[in-house]
Write a protein that binds this ligand. Structure first.
Ligand SMILES: [Fe+2]
Length: 295
């Protein structure tokens, strides 16, 4: 049976076919408020693509994606132990931002369960808003260190510096994190990783997705990972930009002296290249998530 530890969510599930009109507006409102939207009734790739088309305006093509833009996240038997390919094994994955090494990671991440596996394979989620609130209450110095412009370097030779906690104008923040070989931290940020990790652990949300269930995450707010698993587990993943306006980051009352980066418009109506997809069919954005994060 599926299990949801959903204290931080609305608890409501949406089917792809219902994501029209007022129901889609309600779903988008849930996503804005909670950073997480639950899906159900996903019978296969067509249903997943329908949900993608109704929630996203453009679909990223990941390195590992199939021609339709979806990526099959499963144990391939060929990728275990390869840096950046951990998602294509069966081991546990620490919570992370998808494509954290990209200058502007995709705003939305959809994960749909096709096969649940035999044991394990729980999805792990963490709400950056809760993490920031906890650090603000107990470790404000950590926020100062982790919001520095060069707090972290994500990626390999083509990576870049970025704050882990990025303050945006208008009282909003953005979280970006990965903790594998493709992430390095400034000495000051490194010193404050323990309280960050403690806050992450205390705000961990666990979901066991059953076949047909899925989630859509605000990738600028929510971290995701998984526990290790046995058996044949298959998750279909889509990365994209929101069809409807989504303000940058997430709100928080905490503020440092000044934002760490200039204000940038959100992916409202989601078109990084000015594309607009028809209602039920997203375009495929040919940007590649150049370095390898996969769950
Ligand atoms: Fe991932």
């Amino acid at each position: 049976m599926p299990s949801y530890d959903t204290a931080a969510t609305s608890g409501e599930e949406f089917t792809a076919s219902a994501l029209v009109g007022a129901t889609r507006e309600r779903a988008e409102s849930v996503l804005r408020e909670h950073g997480l939207l639950r899906l159900a009734g996903l019978g296969g790739r067509d249903d997943v693509l329908l949900a993608v088309g109704r929630l996203m305006s453009s679909l990223w093509r990941h390195r590992d994606a199939d021609p339709d833009g979806l990526t099959a996240i499963r144990d391939t038997g060929r990728h275990a132990g390869r840096p950046g390919f951990a998602g294509l094994g069966r081991g546990a994955l620490a919570v992370h931002t998808e494509c954290a090494q990209h200058p502007d990671p995709p705003r939305l991440l959809l994960l749909a369960c096709t096969r649940a596996g035999d044991t394990g394979g729980e999805s792990l989620l963490v709400d950056g808003q809760a993490v920031l609130a906890e650090l603000a209450a107990h470790h404000p110095a950590a926020i100062e260190a982790l919001s520095a412009e060069q707090a972290a370097y994500f990626g390999g030779s083509g990576g870049h510096f970025a704050p882990v906690l990025q303050q945006l104008p208008a009282g909003r923040w953005r979280l970006r994190l990965r903790r594998d070989d493709l992430a390095r931290f400034s000495p000051d940020a490194e010193a404050h990783l323990p309280p960050l990790c403690q806050a992450i652990d205390r705000n961990l949300l666990r979901l066991h997705l059953a076949p047909g269930q899925g989630v859509v995450l605000d990738n600028h707010r929510m971290l995701h990972g998984r526990t290790g698993f046995s058996g044949e587990r298959l998750i279909l993943r889509a990365l994209g930009e929101p069809r409807s306006a989504l303000s940058p980051g997430f709100p928080s009352r905490w503020s440092t002296a000044c934002p760490t980066a200039p204000y940038t418009e959100s992916h409202a109506a989601g078109t990084p290249h000015g594309q607009q997809a028809p209602a039920a069919q997203s375009t495929v954005d040919e940007r590649h998530c150049r370095l390898t994060v996969s769950w």
